[in-house]
Ligand binder design. Structure first.
Ligand SMILES: Cc1cc2nc3c(=O)[nH]c(=O)nc-3n(C[C@H](O)[C@H](O)[C@H](O)COP(=O)(O)OP(=O)(O)OC[C@H]3O[C@@H](n4cnc5c(N)ncnc54)[C@H](O)[C@@H]3O)c2cc1C
Length: 534
C-alpha cells in the first residue's frame, strides 16, 4: 500500500510561497502555460534542476503543424488517429491539429527560429505522417524552443522561476478536496517548503527513467504522475509506452536519439548482415509507425544475435546530411563514430509515455484546482501511440488551454488561497540509509525489471512477475528520506507497478503495447481505457 503522502510533517513550520498559478516543470508545457497564465495573475514556476533540464531541451525532429498549402488539419487528424490505434479522443485530436498552427506561430513571434528554405518554412517528414509538416530548427528544435521560452519567462514581470525545487506531493484542502498547492523539497538546502496557489498546473513531463535503456534525461522520473496519483488523481493508459526504434547503440555512450527525421530523409535500416529488413514488415518500410519499427529491430537483433542494427546513410548526400543534422553528426563523432562511413549502430530505447494524469481537453483533472498538460497528462491526443512530433505541439495547445481553464477557475472561486491540511501523515521519517545506496539499488532494479518484463515485447507471465516484484518492494519500504533519489525511487516504483498491472490486464496488442501471448488487436473488448485511482 502506498501512503497518501510520503512524509509525516507539520506544515505550519515550513517556509511558504504563494502565487495565483503554481506551475511545476520547465519544459515546453510548463513554460508555455506560464507565458499564457501571466496575463491572469502571478505565476510561480518550480523545476527540479536547471530550467534547461527537460525532455523538451532534447527534442530533435521538430514540431508538427499543418501549415503547408498541400496539407490540412484534417490530414494531420487522420494520421494522428491512425497512429493512436483506436484509443484517441477525436475531439482532443481535432483541437490539437486545428489550434496547433496558431500556437506554433506564437512561438515564432516569441523569437523561435525554425529553419526556412528560400522564403518558406523548411518542413520535414517523419514516420506515419503523410505530408511534410514538421517545423524544425536544425536537429535541435527543442533547445531552440526552450531558449526562447525560458528567456521570455525569466524576463516576465509576473513570473518567478525557481530552480532546484522538487515537487514531492500535492496538498489538498481538507474540507473541499481542492488542490491547495504542493510540498516541495529544496534540493540545494535539503529543506522542505510549501507552495500555495489558487490553480496548480503540473507539467513535469514523462517517465522514461522507468527503463534501463532510455532516450530521456535524468529528470524524467514521472514525479508529477506519481504525486498526483497519491493525491487521488486518476492515471490512464499507463501500459502504453513508446520505444524509439533508433537510439545510438554504443557501449561507451548514452542512448542518444538518432531522430526519425534521419529515416524521413531516406536512411535505411539494415541488420548486422547488411540486409534491409523493414520492407518485409510494413508497406511504409523505415517510415512505419514506431512500435512496428521497434519490434522489427528487436526481432532482427534476436535473429542475428546482435545488440544493434544499423542506420545506413551511405546512399545519402553526406554534406546535406551533415548540414541538416549537425547535432547528430557532432555527437556521433564525439563517441568515435565517423558518419562519413555511412553507418550508425542503433537499437530501441524507451522514449515517451502515452499514459499519465487523466484530463479533459481543458487540462482539468478529477481534483478541483489541479491541471495537467504535456507529457505528464493523458488527454486523448495520443491514444495508444503518439504520432512523431505531436508531443511538443501538445505541450503548446493543451498548455494554453490549461492556462485559460485555470484562469476561469480563479474567476469563479475567487483569489483567496485554499486552506492547507494542518499536517501530513505519511511513512515515518527516520533516515535508515544515510548513504542513499538503497534507493539507487531499488531504482536500478525497477529499471531492469521494466526493460526485461514490461518492455517492447511482453507476456502475461513476465508482467505478473514484474507487478509482484514492485508490490513487494513497495511494501518493504517503511520510511522515506527527504532526498531527491529516495522520492524518485518511490515514484518509479509506483509507476512501474501501475504500468505492469495495466499491461497485464490488457490482453491484446495495440499501439505501444505488444503482448506476445495476445498478438492481435481486439476491437470487440479492448477499445477502452484502464484508469487507476486511490
Ligand atoms: C531525445 C528526445 C527527442 C525528442 N524529440 C521530439 C521531437 O522532435 N518532437 C516532439 O514533438 N517530441 C519529441 N520528444 C518528446 C518531447 O520532447 C516531450 O514529450 C516534450 O518535450 C514534453 O514536454 P513537457 O513540457 O511535458 O515535459 P519536459 O520537457 O520533460 O519538462 C518537464 C519538466 O518538469 C521538471 N520536473 C520533473 N519532475 C519534477 C519534480 N518532481 N519537481 C519539479 N520539476 C520537475 C523537469 O525537470 C522538466 O523541467 C523527444 C523526446 C526526447 C527524450
Amino acid at each position: 500500500m502506498i501512503p497518501r503522502y510520503l512524509f509525516s510533517l507539520e506544515l505550519d513550520q515550513l517556509p511558504s510561497f504563494e502565487a495565483d498559478f503554481l506551475i511545476i516543470g520547465s519544459g515546453i508545457a510548463g513554460l508555455f502555460t506560464a507565458y499564457k497564465a501571466r496575463e491572469h495573475g502571478s505565476v510561480l514556476i518550480l523545476t527540479k534542476q536547471r530550467a534547461e533540464d527537460s525532455n523538451t531541451e532534447m527534442a530533435q525532429g521538430g514540431i508538427a503543424a499543418a501549415i503547408d498549402e498541400t496539407d490540412s488539419p484534417i490530414l494531420h487528424l487522420e494520421d494522428t488517429l491512425a497512429a493512436g490505434a483506436g484509443l484517441c479522443d477525436p475531439r482532443a485530436v481535432e483541437i490539437l491539429v486545428t489550434e496547433g498552427p496558431v500556437r506554433v506561430m506564437e512561438l515564432v513571434e516569441l523569437g523561435v527560429r525554425f529553419d526556412r528554405e528560400g522564403g518558406a518554412w523548411a518542413l520535414g517528414r517523419e514516420g506515419a505522417h503523410r505530408r511534410r509538416r514538421i517545423l524544425h530548427a536544425s536537429d535541435a528544435t527543442g533547445e531552440e524552443i526552450a531558449r526562447a521560452l525560458i528567456r521570455e519567462c525569466r524576463g516576465a514581470q509576473n513570473i518567478t522561476l525557481k530552480e532546484d525545487c522538487f515537487l514531492v506531493d500535492f496538498l489538498r484542502e481538507p474540507r473541499t478536496g481542492r488542490c491547495a498547492g504542493a510540498l516541495v523539497l529544496d534540493t540545494a538546502t535539503g529543506g522542505f517548503m510549501v507552495c500555495r496557489a489558487g490553480a496548480v498546473i503540473v507539467a513535469t513531463g514523462g517517465a522514461g527513467q522507468l527503463y534501463q535503456n532510455t532516450t530521456n534525461p535524468a529528470v524524467a522520473t514521472g514525479d508529477g504522475m506519481a504525486a498526483a496519483y497519491r493525491a487521488g488523481a486518476e492515471l490512464m493508459d499507463m501500459e502504453f509506452v513508446q520505444f524509439h526504434p533508433t537510439a545510438l547503440a554504443l557501449a561507451s555512450a548514452p542512448r542518444f536519439l538518432i531522430s526519425e527525421a534521419v529515416r524521413g530523409e531516406g536512411a535505411f535500416l539494415r541488420n548486422v548482415k547488411g540486409e534491409r529488413f523493414m520492407l518485409k514488415f510494413h508497406e511504409l518500410a523505415e517510415l512505419a509507425p514506431r512500435d512496428i519499427v521497434s519490434r522489427a529491430i528487436v526481432l532482427e537483433m534476436e535473429k542475428t544475435g546482435a545488440d544493434h542494427v544499423y542506420l545506413d546513410l551511405f546512399h545519402l548526400d553526406r554534406d546535406r546530411f551533415r548540414a541538416r543534422f549537425p547535432n547528430i553528426w557532432r555527437t556521433c563523432r564525439r563517441y568515435g563514430l565517423d558518419l562519413a562511413q555511412g553507418y550508425i549502430p542503433v537499437a530501441p530505447a524507451a522514449h515517451y509515455i502515452m499514459g499519465g494524469i487523466k484530463t479533459n481537453t481543458e487540462g482539468e483533472t478529477n481534483i478541483p484546482g489541479l491541471y495537467a498538460c504535456g507529457e505528464v497528462a493523458c488527454n486523448g491526443v495520443h491514444g495508444a501511440n503518439r504520432l512523431a512530433s505531436n508531443s511538443l505541439l501538445e505541450g503548446l495547445v493543451l498548455g494554453a488551454r490549461a492556462a485559460a481553464a485555470g484562469s476561469r477557475y480563479l474567476q469563479r472561486v475567487g483569489r483567496q488561497l485554499p486552506q492547507l491540511p494542518p499536517r501530513l501523515t505519511g511513512k515515518s521519517n527516520v533516515n535508515l540509509d544515510p548513504e542513499g545506496s538503497l534507493w539507487k539499488r531499488i531504482s536500478d532494479r525497477v529499471r531492469t525489471l521494466m526493460w526485461e518484463k514490461v518492455g517492447i515485447i511482453r507476456t502475461g507471465q513476465a508482467l505478473a512477475e514484474a507487478a509482484a516484484a514492485f508490490s513487494e518492494l513497495e511494501n518493504k519500504i517503511s520510511s522515506y528520506v527527504p532526498s531527491r533519489e529516495a522520492i524518485e525511487t518511490a515514484n518509479l516504483l509506483t509507476l512501474g507497478r501501475l504500468a505492469a498491472v495495466a499491461a497485464w490486464l490488457r490482453t491484446e496488442s495495440r499501439g505501444g503495447h505488444f503482448r506476445k501471448d495476445f498478438p492481435a488487436r481486439d476491437d470487440l473488448f479492448w477499445p477502452r481505457h484502464l484508469i487507476f485511482q486511490i
